[in-house]
Design a protein around this ligand. Structure first.
Ligand code: NAD
Length: 348
């Protein structure tokens, strides 16, 4: 069993904790929080150990703690740092002092860890590391599609326009409420260079716009390829990725709200969409230029990646085994159309 602690129990941390608790080869020892709020109560109700950094322990006077963050970090095989951007870098020396392998998040700079992690691209590199940074939701989504395209057809240059959600539903201070804003107005946005932390050989430019929605990001992607595939072949290649899903026209999924609803309808926790979804009809090839729309659920596509990053740092599964185990435990795969009826040979 890989014993795991999660430091920071917000949007990403609570999802990672739940995903770890579902893995057959992992034990969630506990989560660390800085305030005894409703989320701390939820962690307790789920039966998770509750810890706090020593400086914050007195805030928990009326809530029983299982120990300090130090106790947690000392007793686990790996820690996942899901604190707000910038705090992870401050925490790194603390994990090092305790010789505890650590997984950081995409809000941190690339230098917070030895390597940038996307399971299908850099798992083996993480196996030789003590620290890994699971890249941001957007970088994860772009890496999942550009890696296979580069290997199969060669990517001459990729360009993506990111239509970004203004904030998560739990971020009332974010926006815009009534605007569409270049974010940033300069080109490229930070996402392209971040993809190159995972896929250094892929030439990619990104532009980003933020809009008033909390649901998901939507990318318009254009990839100039070195060899020209048929659109159907490119779509099939993208669909082969274990965390990319094609959205068939017949599914009636018109946008990101329908994708979240599809996840809710399938009983997914919090309506999470772990897969990056590509509208089948959008996959178009013109003179070796490939186009498609790619949807990214910002709060959850990094969750299975965190689970795999833990295995890469502290377990012995290879990449394929880890991805399969994580996907099986979570139930990755939206299956947006009813299964076709199997007609037995000889039947009418
Ligand atoms: P969040 O604010 O929702 O959660 C952070 C948690 O850490 C909160 O529970 C907070 O109380 C706690 N915390 C604050 N200061 C702390 C400290 N000093 N020590 C321990 N805990 C502390 O943040 P989030 O959205 O979950 O983001 C966490 C990381 O994941 C960031 O690097 C972010 O960039 C990255 N990320 C976020 C998203 C997203 O859409 N929210 C997507 C991908 C990656």
């Amino acid at each position: 069993m890989i014993r795991v602690g999660v430091n920071g129990y917000g949007t990403i941390g609570k999802r990672v904790a739940d995903a770890v608790a579902l893995q057959p080869d992992m034990e969630l020892v506990g989560v660390a929080k800085t305030s005894p709020n409703a989320e701390a109560a939820a962690a307790r109700q789920r039966g998770y150990g509750l810890y706090a950094p020593a400086d914050y322990a007195d805030r928990f006077e009326r809530v029983p703690l299982d120990g300090t963050l130090e106790d947690l970090v000392e007793s686990v095989d790996a820690v996942v740092d899901t604190t707000p951007s910038g705090i992870g870098a401050q925490n790194r020396p603390f994990y090092e002092e305790h010789d505890t392998p650590a997984v950081f998040q995409g809000g941190e700079g690339a230098d917070v860890a030895e390597m940038s992690f996307v399971a299908s691209e850099t798992y083996e590199e993480a196996q030789n590391s003590e620290t890994a940074r699971v890249v941001s939701c957007n970088t994860t989504g772009l890496s999942r599609v550009l890696g296979p395209l580069d290997r199969e057809y060669g990517v001459e240059r990729a360009r993506a326009t990111l239509v970004r959600r203004g904030g998560d539903a739990t971020q009332p201070n974010r926006g815009p409420i009534n605007d569409s804003m270049p974010d940033p107005p300069a080109v490229p946005s930070h996402h392209g260079p971040d993809v190159q932390e995972v896929l250094p050989e892929v030439d990619v430019d990104t532009m980003a716009v933020k809009v008033p929605t909390t649901l998901m990001h939507l990318h318009a992607v254009n990839v100039s390829l070195e060899s020209e595939p048929a659109a159907e072949a490119a779509a099939a290649l993208l669909d082969e990725h274990p965390r990319v899903e094609l959205v068939p026209g017949e599914a009636g999924v018109e946008g990101c709200a329908h994708l979240r609803e599809a996840a809710d309808d399938r009983g997914r926790p919090r309506g999470d969409v772990w897969e990056n979804c590509i509208w089948d009809e959008s996959v178009t090839v013109r003179d070796a230029d490939l186009y498609f729309f790619l949807a990214i659920h910002q709060e959850s596509d990094v969750v299975p990646e965190n689970v795999d990053a833990i295995r890469a740092l502290a377990g012995d599964a290879d990449a394929a085994e880890s991805v399969a185990r994580t996907n099986e435990a979570l139930g990755v795969g939206l299956d947006l159309l009813p299964e076709e009826r199997q007609v037995e040979a000889g039947a009418d």
